[in-house]
Structures are given as structure tokens and as C-alpha cells.
Write a protein that binds this ligand. Structure first.
Ligand code: 5CA
Ligand code: ZN
Length: 411
């Protein structure tokens, strides 16, 4: 499907390059150098299930991976970025039913709103934006490979993936079996279903249910399971091994564990991703912000209230991407004041020296995307420009280009 328009990529001032990018990998619990081994950096980030509008949690996650995209580009790499849209799945069908509307119409409307939100936030679009429905042929190909590998079985017409088939199962999350079992049912799994070989096995293809959409296939009429959607789209667009598999930390298990496992059984000896990267959860009033709980602060509502999207982006960048944090109204006024201060400082004919600033900002971002530190460095530059040494003519242009290229904030 169509992605959104690119805000354009700005060159770094003076042709500087950022350092090699290091990022925290949940699987090894360590900082990994994710310099691409050959060709472009390959990144897959799990996209939305379009049954409700983009909230601050989604926005924080996509802005986090936008920083990674920009850090790789700053280091001189091309980036091949792929994102999915889960445009057929239980929560979407349930919401469409509850609204009394067509599920296709609901998915199209919310996906379009998401595109508009991402564009407003100046998030670089993926090179391939792929819906689950359009990926059905890819899913079917991959399921057939898993069948050939002997890793599938049938329960009353539904096809399951057998997790015990993968010796590396568990290595993404490193969770104990008890931890996995505790959350599986809440996160789309069906541990209690009779006839399963292992409670943790997951659906690959679900036979048609009355009143639900279904597609003809060699596996019978039905629809794809969730995890296989992402492994099939990633493999098809990016190859057997990608550099980064990304999403929010709620996807560590089962989603990223299962999709990696399926991919690794289909392509034995190939690790699905070099790094599994997870953004923290954004909450409101002490609870995770989620469409199912309904405690949402929506990007679109804030935009409609007239708030500059760059203020929203600065609120998000003010929190380290890996931390869990709560949305606070007071962050908005602080980010607004920061944006005004930066805008007035870059507009001056001369400003504080920028040589170290440029390297320090790029280094902060290349070191596990430390945006909060990068913001403080720019604050310091703006303060010095206002009250200290404003000896560099044209410094504002350098900082404007830096902030736009590395942080995605247009001043
Ligand atoms: N379609 C699947 C992924 S294949 C899905 O999880 N969709 S979603 O709409 O529920 O979430 C979209 C992205 O936002 C995911 O990466 C998810 O991890 C992230 N996300 C959801 N809620 C939050 C939150 N409260 N804070 C931060 N990120 C969140
Ligand atoms: Zn996914």
C-alpha cells in the first residue's frame, strides 16, 4: 500500500558524518554496533493495527525508529525500511462489528489518519508499506515452507506453528516458559485450546469463521495468523537476515519471538535479525496507553487543537526511547518553550560555536539514540548564543540543518 510523503532528508552541515550506530538489543541485553554488513541497513518495524487513531505511544515508537533511520543516514548508510499494517486481525474485526461498520472502511480510514499523523511529525516513510491482506500470498508461501519443514500441525482445520521445532525459540525475549505462559493469552495467544501440542504454539492460518473475512488458499478458506504476517513481509522485502526488528516493548513476547522463530525455521541457520530493538511504553495516569483501554492522547486531537507538531515531536524526543513514561500536560508547555527558544536562537546572524556541538549531537544519537542528551546540548548552544559567546557567523544555519537531519525537527 501507499506510505506517506517524505519530509525530505536534509544534509548534515558541512558534509560531516556521524559515528557508527550502536543500539540496545533486547535479545543479548547489550549495546550492539548495527553498522550494516553489506549494502543498506535493513529495518523492519511493526506497524499499526488500524482500528483506532494514532496515540502518543505509537508516535513515540515510530519517532524512536525514525531516529535510528536518521542515525544510520548520518553515518553515511542507505536505509531500507519496511513497515506493515495489520489490516485484518481480531481487534480490527471486533471494533468494526462494535461500530457497525465495514472492517475494510475502518482500516482504510485509520491507516490514512496514521499517514497524516506521521507526515505531520516528519517521520521518514518506509520504502515498503505492506498490508496483511496484500501479503496473503507471501504468508501462504512461507506457511508451505514451514509445512515442508514439518513444523506445522492442524487443529480442527486451523494450522499451528510448533514452537518446539525451533531450537532457538526463546532467544529473542529470553523469558522463562512461566513468563511466556503468563502473558500469552492476553497478547493474542490461545494457550488453553484443546488439541494443541504445546500451549505456546501459535496460529499460522485460521480457517474461515462465520461472518469473518476469508481468502481461498491451498490451506482452505481462511486468514493469516498475526506473527507470520510480519516474518513473511520482512523476509520478502529485506531478505533472510535484517539488521533491526523493531517495535514497542509489548511486542517482545510473543510477537517478535514467534515471528523470528517462524523465519528461522523457514531459513535454517539464518538469524532473523541482528538486533531486536524495543521502545518503552507510554502511559497515561499510571496505565499503558492502549486502544483497548481507551486512555488515549491522540496525535490528531492535539494537531486539531492547533498544537505545532514539532512541539509534539519535542515532547517525545525528551524521553529516552527505552524508558516507560507517562504523558504529562506540562511536557507540552516545556517543549513549546524549548522550540521557541531554539527558533529564536537559529534566526540570529551569529551564534555560539558549532564544531563540537555537531559531533556531540551525532554521537549522542549514535549511542542508543540518546535524544534527551542531544536536546540538552542544543539547549546549551541556544543559551550560549543568547547570553554568552555568539562569535560564529551563520551558526544558526548549521544548527537548523543539524536539528532537522538528526532529530527530524524543523525550526
Ligand atoms: N500491528 C501490530 C504489530 S505487527 C501492533 O502491535 N499494532 S498496534 O497498533 O497495537 O501497535 C503499533 C506499534 O505501537 C507497535 O510497535 C506497538 O509496540 C507500539 N505501541 C502500542 N502501544 C504503545 C504504547 N502505549 N507506548 C509505546 N508504544 C506502543
Ligand atoms: Zn509485527
Amino acid at each position: 500500500m501507499r506510505a506517506w510523503s517524505s519530509p525530505g532528508t536534509t544534509a548534515l552541515p558541512g558534509g560531516v558524518r556521524g559515528p557508527a550506530v550502536r543500539i540496545f538489543d533486547s535479545s543479548s541485553e547489550s549495546l550492539l554496533d548495527v553498522t550494516p554488513l553489506d549494502g543498506p541497513a535493513r529495518m523492519y518495524v511493526c506497524g499499526i493495527t488500524p482500528y483506532d487513531a494514532t496515540h502518543m505511544g505509537h508516535a513515540a515508537t515510530y519517532v524512536a525508529f525514525d531516529l535510528l533511520n536518521r542515525a544510520w543516514r548520518s553515518a553515511g548508510h542507505d536505509v531500507h525500511y519496511v513497515q506493515n499494517v495489520t489490516d485484518v486481525d481480531d481487534p480490527l474485526l471486533e471494533r468494526a462489528n462494535a461500530n457497525g461498520e465495514d472492517w475494510v472502511g475502518l482500516a482504510e480510514r485509520e491507516t490514512e489518519l496514521f499517514r497524516t499523523d506521521m507526515q505531520a511529525l516528519r517521520v521518514l516513510p518506509p520504502d515498503a508499506y505492506v498490508g496483511a491482506v496484500e501479503a496473503i500470498p507471501l504468508v501462504l508461501d512461507m506457511v508451505q515452507q514451514l509445512q515442508a519443514a514439518g513444523a506445522t500441525y492442524d487443529v480442527d482445520g486451523d494450522l499451528y506453528f510448533s514452537v518446539t521445532h525451533d531450537p532457538a525459540f526463546g532467544e529473542v525475549s529470553r523469558w522463562s516458559r512461566e513468563q511466556m505462559l503468563r502473558v500469552f493469552a492476553d497478547r493474542g495467544g490461545d494457550p488453553e485450546r484443546p488439541g494443541k501440542k504445546d500451549p505456546l504454539d501459535c496460529l499460522l492460518w485460521q480457517a474461515e469463521r462465520p461472518g469473518e473475512p476469508a481468502w481461498d488458499s491451498p490451506l482452505g478458506r481462511g486468514r493469516p495468523g498475526w506473527h507470520i504476517e510480519c516474518s513473511a513481509i520482512a523476509r520478502d522485502n529485506l531478505g533472510a537476515t535484517i539488521d533491526v526488528q523493531g517495535g514497542g516493548s509489548d511486542l517482545v513476547f510473543p510477537h517478535h519471538e514467534m515471528s523470528a522463530s517462524e523465519a528461522q525455521v523457514a531459513d535454517p541457520d539464518q538469524r532473523f535479525a541482528r538486533a531486536y530493538v524495543h521502545a518503552g511504553m507510554v502511559g497515561l495516569d499510571g496505565e499503558k496507553m492502549s486502544k483497548s483501554k481507551g486512555n488515549l492522547v491522540l496525535v490528531s486531537t492535539l494537531r486539531e487543537s492547533g498544537l505545532d507538531p514539532m512541539v509534539i515531536r519535542l515532547v517525545l524526543l525528551g524521553h529516552h526511547y527505552r524508558s516507560d513514561w507517562q504523558w504529562e500536560e506540562s511536557d507540552v508547555s516545556a517543549a513549546g518553550a524549548r522550540l521557541d527558544k531554539w527558533r529564536s536562537a537559529v534566526a540570529k546572524p551569529a551564534g555560539a560555536p558549532t564544531e563540537h556541538l555537531v559531533t556531540d549531537v551525532l554521537t549522542a544519537l549514535a549511542t542508543d539514540l540518546d535524544a534527551p542528551f542531544a536536546l540538552r546540548l542544543i539547549d546549551h548552544w541556544a543559551n550560549t548564543t543568547d547570553f554568552g559567546d555568539a562569535s560564529e557567523p551563520g551558526a544558526g544555519d548549521v544548527v537548523r540543518a543539524l536539528v532537522e537531519a538528526a532529530l527530524g525537527v524543523r525550526l
